[in-house]
Design a protein around this ligand. Structure first.
Ligand code: FMN
Length: 410
């Protein structure tokens, strides 16, 4: 008997949407759009590879709701139906093999590298901690009118994703981007109904969800990715995260993905994770277990899963309903099939390091190294697990330098 019994079990969401197995490919920003922020053939190839690779549910890298608010130079943007036919092709490629394909929808707020946008906005004009200020621009606080406009943009992008043939959407409320900035008592210092107690800091996310739900209807799945905590002293805490998840469950969100950390504290990539946690593989397992005891909301736990035993154990212990995987899917797009066949490669996935502490202390190189693997799949090349981190850094600087220059000229 294969030991993958639980992983291969289908699952049904509260709105009767069926997912063929418990493997959830988590969002990885591709940075592969056209210069005009549209999907292209490279994206189609990448998503076809993942659809054929066997995951039950594939989430796209973050798609932005506004071309004036990019997180990175080559993000896909979906804000109107001018080029919906290209998104239809993308949805078509990614839903092959009975794969659920959900679009992750995001606004970066102030968490955007210098030179990528003209102006960074946030709930309040609070700068990042001093160590990060060389990377991120100063920001200004959003007006109430602008907050309402962004809420409508999230809903509009979801509706367009549905029209294009994506089978669901995920709201990105984790990792320090705009929604996460609203949730954070450090980054949200507003004195109006959008700031203050957690009930108010949650308002932006709840309004996004409710407006979106009204547009897409009850049958279309909406998920939310949220932090277990921001891991900052006096920041968004586990208790607040639990409060928000309970509310989202009551509002009817179909699937919650648990992650953690921000660019200030990049715990989502396993930075600073305790040895005892590492033994359990999943970085946020303890938190997921606590949640599961209190609530029936369907959960995906993401971050750190590498072995079949670790995944099966988490499902068996009822710590989660689905297993979120990101980096393994950048090296082996067919990782789910390998898991199902019980033929799992030993993942030589260790932290990506250059030896330069000011780079290694942040998660940035980790992300770019894996993005370069995605680009290889997208170009039809084999992935390269032995790729040198220093070369990766060099290529990133060369590419982003050029992109930033182009962005400023535009
Ligand atoms: C290259 C790369 C890009 C990422 N982009 C996103 C993103 O767009 N949205 C998001 O929610 N998480 C993003 N993540 C985080 C992953 O979804 C995931 O939470 C994290 O990598 C931990 O899972 P893992 O240990 O399986 O890699 C990204 C991770 C990587 C490596």
């Amino acid at each position: 008997m294969s030991s993958t019994t639980l992983l291969s079990e289908p699952m049904e969401l509260s709105n009767k949407v069926k997912i063929k197995n418990r493997i959830f490919k988590s969002a990885m920003s591709e940075g592969l759009s056209t210069k005009n922020h549209l999907p292209n053939d490279q994206l189609l190839r990448l998503y076809k590879a993942w659809a054929e690779g066997g995951a039950g549910l594939v989430v796209t890298g973050n798609v932005m709701v506004d071309r004036r608010a990019l997180g990175e130079p080559r993000n896909v943007v979906l804000e109107d139906d001018n080029n919906l036919s290209l998104f239809k092709k993308w949805a078509n490629a990614g839903t092959k093999n009975n794969t659920q394909l959900w679009m992750q929808i995001n606004h970066p707020g102030k968490q955007v590298f210098k030179g990528v946008v003209k102006e960074a906005v946030a709930p309040s004009a609070v700068p990042f901690e001093s160590k990060l200020q060389r990377f991120f621009p100063l920001c200004r606080a959003l007006t109430v009118l602008e907050i309402r406009e962004i809420i409508n943009r999230f809903a509009q992008t979801a509706l367009l994703a549905k029209r294009a043939g994506f089978t669901g959407v995920q709201i990105h409320a984790a990792h320090g981007y705009l929604i996460s900035q609203f949730l954070s008592p450090i980054h949200n210092k507003r004195m109006d109904e959008w700031g203050g107690p957690i009930e108010n800091r949650f308002r932006f996310l709840s309004e996004i969800y409710l407006t979106m739900r009204e547009k897409v209807g009850d049958d279309f799945p909406i998920g939310v990715k949220i932090n277990s905590s921001d891991f900052s002293k006096a920041g968004f805490s586990e208790e607040e995260s639990q409060f928000v998840i309970e509310k989202l469950d009551n509002l009817g969100v179909n699937l919650i993905e648990i992650s953690g950390g921000t660019y200030e504290k990049p715990e989502m990539t396993g930075k600073n994770v305790k040895a005892s946690t590492m033994k359990r593989e999943a970085y946020f397992m303890d938190y997921a277990e606590k949640l599961k005891k209190k609530s029936n909301v369907p959960l995906v736990l993401t971050g750190g899963f590498r072995t079949l035993e670790g995944m099966e154990h988490a499902l068996h212990e009822n710590a989660t309903d689905m297993i979120g995987l990101a980096r393994p899917m950048a090296i082996y797009p067919n990782f789910p099939n390998l898991l199902m066949e019980n033929d799992v490669p030993t993942l030589g996935i260790s932290p990506v390091k250059t030896g330069l502490s000011f780079i290694d202390d942040r998660a940035m190189l980790e992300l770019t190294w894996y993005s370069q693997q995605l680009e290889r799949i997208a170009k039809g090349k084999a992935t390269k697990p032995s790729f040198s981190p220093l070369l990766s850094l060099f290529l990133t600087l060369a590419k982003n330098g050029k992109e930033v220059f182009q962005q400023r000229r535009a």
